[in-house]
Design a protein around this ligand. Sequence first.
Ligand code: RFL
Ligand code: PHB
Length: 390
Amino acid sequence: MRTQVGIIGAGPAGLLLSHLLHLRGIESVVLELRSRDHAEKRVRAGVLEQGTTDTLIEAAVGARLLREGLPHQGIELRYGGAGHRIAFEKLVPGRAITVYGQQEVVKDLITARLADGGDVRFEVDDVALHAIDSGEPYVTFGGERLDCDFIAGCDGFHGVSRPAIPEGVLTEYEREYPFAWLGILARVKPSAEELIYARTERGFALHSMRSPEISRFYLQVPPDEDIAEWPDDRIWAELKARLETVPGFVLATGEIIDKGVTPMRSFVAEPMQYGRLFLAGDAAHIVPPTGAKGLNLAVADVRLLTKALAHWYGTGSGDLLDGYSRACLKRVWRAQHFSWWMTTLLHTFDSEDAYAHRLQLSYLDYVTSSEAAATTLAENYVGLPYGSME
Ligand code: RFL
Ligand code: PHB
């Protein structure tokens, strides 16, 4: 079997790359380990930056997003008994976020690829990459062989693409955090119109949503927390304790339809390329979810990769491919800093460290009282414009 670009992984990065390449007349085959059902049901990100929304609409996969996505013009930071709104319409006019589940993006992309006759294969075993440092790389899987011009490693943090790069080539940067997030999806009308990031002495909590009927919540918990320790009643009691901290706010509760614990990690592997293998999305970098950046970075990577591959096929020049990693990493590192900073600002760390505690409160007071500081948060949260970073 032969294609132009072999894509490993049918997450947002791999599927969007396949779709954008198709729009430029470039063929690809997507190889996904899990089932279609699993890929479409995995509950993950929910916040799309302005640029991500624009990309999906321009690529004609935004019809449902436009209908069902919830545009938000601000977020609330809640701490010390008060809520403070970060107002995007005032601080970053014309830029906002859209709340729309990652699995909905994945569904829309799978539907579009299959409707266009795209080759997306699910439940593919034993994917292995070969000859990536030659001009004729290939992928083997389940007894088959796929020859291609390029391989895109879009298989997430635990995939096989990054480990296919020989030892010593990549520099890896990593940070772990002394907590995890317990996330739930609940059948209940959101108790607020916008997302609430709450810092309390009991730990961080986030009130997010998916639709007018479905809410999404996260709680800071110890790392490796056993979900069995968290029956529904305990989750609601803790969410109430951390969110009902301003006068008059009452948290509505309902049936919990999904729950899980997510570890928090920051990670970057540089460069994001080796020979004919290009890494994109979580395969190359991870951020803690506090900044809502992971999915958006994956989209920014594949936009650049599409442009670089189209340049190569159109002109024979490898210039943009050679600059791919450097161009991506500027945005990646900005998002690394922002995500680390939001995490540090809002979570409860070592309660013994009174000095760090006071610094945290001081920064929260600054961000909620100075327009300059609030603008920094807002422009990073809605996402810096494409072209401003590369
Ligand atoms: P994905 O989505 O992990 O997709 C990788 C795909 O590769 C497949 N795969 C393989 N396929 C073939 N062979 C193999 N050997 C393979 N190994 C793996 C996997 O099955 C999978 O289908 O990576 P991608 O495409 O780079 O997308 C990245 C995003 O998924 C991720 O960054 C976000 O979900 C992160 N994230 C958030 N990002 C945001 O932008 N905004 C948010 O609000 C946000 N919230 C979150 C998040 C991630 C979370 N979790 C669970 C990690 C909230 C949570 C709780
Ligand atoms: C979500 O809705 O899943 C979500 C929202 C904001 C975040 C992380 C996750 O920072």
